[in-house]
Design a protein around this ligand. Structure first.
Ligand code: DGL
Length: 260
């Protein structure tokens, strides 16, 4: 089975990376909408339209299952996609929200993401349905995506901005923090340090990769049939040397990007 993964750009390669790490035999086609990124500041209607177009593209490329790596797209387009397309649609929000809800000692959860993701309240609502006793504090962190894309991971300015964003969550003494954006796993170490070791940091990329691995196990189906490393193709809607550099730093190996 070939799976299709899409994101607003290249941040979704954190999700693709987590999937390949869990399922090395997977046959995957990735699409990053680099020409239209970012989605996090766009309207709901526009993000839904883009998500449908991205899914159409991946189906054309042979995808039989879709993973929406983009939290922003997942927060507004999941229901529309499931109605419109007759194939399994996975997204990054449900696995992370369910994981947090299943953790017995969780009382106060922080969520950080783009404005669109936070304004959608989808994470908050999903947790409230499963665990109404959990208090949720959600904060948009719009500056973190450009900082990651600039490669400013270890700059003092980035540490300062992360500290400022996380301050209200520290004050509320959260015990768990969800990284609800494709780019934030890159900052996980800094975020963990700022929050302290007591706080459990949940990475939505890892959560969806685990869910996908469990799905294939339940179906008693391996994503690839040869037991060998699967093939991965990477498409983007625009390409520059800068995009190639970001892709390599996020996927942790050089990958050929193609425009179709
Ligand atoms: N991929 C987006 C997300 O996970 C972040 C980048 C964007 O705003 O497009 O929400």
């Amino acid at each position: 089975m070939r799976i299709g993964v899409f994101d607003s750009g290249l941040g979704g390669l954190t999700v693709a990376r987590a999937i390949v790490d869990h399922l090395p035999e997977i046959d995957m086609v990735y699409f990053g909408d680099t020409a239209r990124t970012p989605y996090g500041s766009k309207s709901r209607e526009t993000v839904i339209r883009y998500a449908c177009e991205n899914t159409d593209f991946l189906i054309q490329k042979g995808a039989q299952l879709i993973v929406m790596a983009c939290n922003t797209a997942a927060s507004v387009a999941t229901d529309v996609l499931r109605k419109k397309f007759d194939l399994p649609i996975f997204e990054v929000i449900t696995p992370a929200a369910s994981l947090v809800s299943s953790m017995k000692n969780t009382r106060r959860v922080g969520i950080i993401g783009t404005r669109a993701t936070i304004n959608s309240n989808v994470y908050t609502n999903k947790i409230a349905l499963q665990r109404p006793d959990i208090q949720v504090h959600a904060i948009p962190c719009p500056l973190l995506v450009p900082l990651v894309e600039e490669g400013w991971i270890h700059k003092p300015e980035t540490r300062m901005i992360v500290k400022k964003y996380l301050h209200p969550l520290k004050v509320r003494q959260i015990d768990t923090l969800i990284l609800a954006c494709t780019h934030y796993p890159i900052l996980k170490e800094i975020i963990q340090k700022k929050m302290g070791r007591r706080v459990k940091v949940i990475d939505s990329a890892q959560a969806v990769a685990q869910q996908l691995a469990a799905y294939f196990q339940d179906m008693q189906k391996l994503p690839g049939d040869s037991g060998q490393t699967g093939s991965c193709q990477f498409y983007v809607s625009d390409i520059t040397p800068y995009f190639e550099k970001i892709a390599q730093s996020i996927f942790k190996r050089q990958i050929p990007l193609a425009v179709d």
